[in-house]
Design a protein around this ligand. Structure first.
Ligand SMILES: CC(C)(COP(=O)(O)OP(=O)(O)OC[C@H]1O[C@@H](n2cnc3c(N)ncnc32)[C@H](O)[C@@H]1OP(=O)(O)O)[C@@H](O)C(=O)NCCC(=O)NCCS
Length: 300
């Protein structure tokens, strides 16, 4: 990563570029930003942003990527009369990462501002899940917290069950997913479910998708009609996982919280789900009582 000599005199000198398709050159630099922040995203996750959305980046004088941001459109883009009936499409902003040596100089604000303008140019509602560091920045742009969640982590522990080999049809999950969120992310859900190393536990009341990450498996989305069923799905998913596990759970879920504690999870840090109201629209808020774990702060 760049050292302080490489820091330019003025923030205005930093140019934000749209990255386009990932290359053998750009991907390791994006991965390095993830590693430096101890995040869990993989090359496959960057691939999702590149194929379904947009990645923005800032390079230092040597051409190394020192800041990133991603925009992932979800739901349909509608405006005017139709927006009142169906809700406007949203776009998820994530992966706002700045190389540690260059933090506190306006780079995060600059790349985020670029992502937000992209979302607004597309007439979508901007949403995100913020870390405490990010929340301070996003509030300055007018984002307000909708609800709060906590990341829980469990270390390695022997698996007691085998992960289901069969995956359900995407359509069977997508209806509940769209109801829960208030917008459609079926293509993204299909990508997560379709990964060779992901699996899904299911009951008549809901489902949980599990995928591999850089440092841990990630459980989510975990959707269910009631919290007790969500806790049961969680126990089944966890029983299949021998390695470290992460899950991001809304804060008002006492039964899920108890199941997590009993399974050896500990809270790591908070997130805030935030949106930016625009022209009186906050978007369709969905049915949040169905959401017992999000897909991840990068995927809604
Ligand atoms: C959050 C992050 C992207 C900010 O980038 P940055 O380049 O350091 O931020 P900027 O210099 O543009 O600062 C913009 C604002 O962010 C806020 N901010 C930045 N770092 C902060 C921190 N450590 N604590 C509290 N607020 C912070 C401040 O409000 C700042 O405004 P100010 O200049 O008026 O004080 C960067 O610290 C980072 O990569 N953190 C790790 C990954 C992360 O948490 N990303 C956010 C995901 S939601």
């Amino acid at each position: 990563m760049a050292n302080t000599e490489a820091v330019r005199d003025s923030v205005d000198a930093w140019t934000v570029e749209a990255l386009g398709p990932l290359t053998p050159d750009s991907l390791p630099m994006l991965d390095a930003l993830v590693v430096h922040s101890g995040w869990n995203q993989t090359a496959q996750d960057w691939g999702v942003f590149a194929s379904f959305g947009s990645i923005y980046a800032v390079r230092d004088a040597e051409g190394r990527i020192v800041a990133s941001g991603a925009v992932l459109p979800m739901g349909k883009r509608r405006s005017g009369y139709l927006a009142g009936l169906t809700g406007r499409g949203v776009a998820w902003i994530s992966m706002i990462l700045v190389a540690p040596a260059l933090r506190g100089q306006g780079l995060g604000r600059r790349v985020f501002d670029h992502c937000l303008r992209h979302v607004q140019d597309e007439d979508r509602i901007a949403m995100l899940d913020a870390t405490p560091q990010g929340e301070a920045l996003y509030r300055q742009f007018g984002f307000e917290p909708l609800w709060r969640l906590t990341r829980w982590r469990r270390g390695a522990s022997p698996a007691t069950q085998t992960a289901p080999a069969d995956k359900p049809a995407l359509e069977a999950l997508a209806v509940m997913d769209t109801d829960a969120l208030g917008f459609d992310r079926t293509a993204l859900l299909g990508e997560l479910l379709g990964r060779p190393d992901s699996f899904c536990v299911r009951s008549a009341q809901g489902f949980a998708v599990v995928r591999s990450g850089r440092v841990a498996h990630h459980i989510g989305p975990l959707l269910a009609t009631d919290e007790e069923s969500a806790a049961a799905l969680l126990r089944r998913a966890v029983a299949c996982l021998p390695g470290p596990v992460l899950i991001d759970v809304p804060d008002d879920r006492p039964l899920v919280r108890r199941a997590l504690t009993e399974a050896g999870f500990e809270p790591q840090r908070g997130f805030a789900r935030m949106s930016l109201e625009r022209s009186g629209h906050r978007g369709n808020q969905g049915q949040t009582h169905l959401i017992h774990a999000i897909a991840g702060p990068e995927f809604a």
